[in-house]
Each structure stands twice: as structure tokens, then as C-alpha cells.
Design a protein around this ligand. Sequence first.
Ligand SMILES: [Zn+2]
Length: 62
Amino acid sequence: MLEEAEVVCPYCGEHFTIQVDCSAGDQAFIQDCEVCCQPIQFDLHVGAHGGVASLTAEREDA
Ligand SMILES: [Zn+2]
């Protein structure tokens, strides 16, 4: 089950939308920013109803 989530890049501050797979449960993954191409560390938490409960974006080097 793919859902779209809006995120803010921790490097350049731009907003963009990514697709996350909520059927896989809580997960951490790295995806490049669509704007500045820096690797962003995402931490996804899935809620009780299978949707995005929270999604944090951090610098990979933080
Ligand atoms: Zn960026």
C-alpha cells in the first residue's frame, strides 16, 4: 500500500512528496532529495489504520 507523504528536505528546505510503503510497517530508509540530490534519512512510523503516523527526515551525516 503506497501512500504519498510530504516531506521537507533537511539540507535545502524544499518541500516535496515521496511515496512510502505502509504495508511494510515501521521502517527507516534513505532517499535522495528531488531538489538537491542529497541523501536524506527517513524514519517512517505506520499508524494503527495502516497510514502514515509520522515521517521524519534527517541529514544522513547528522
Ligand atoms: Zn534538498
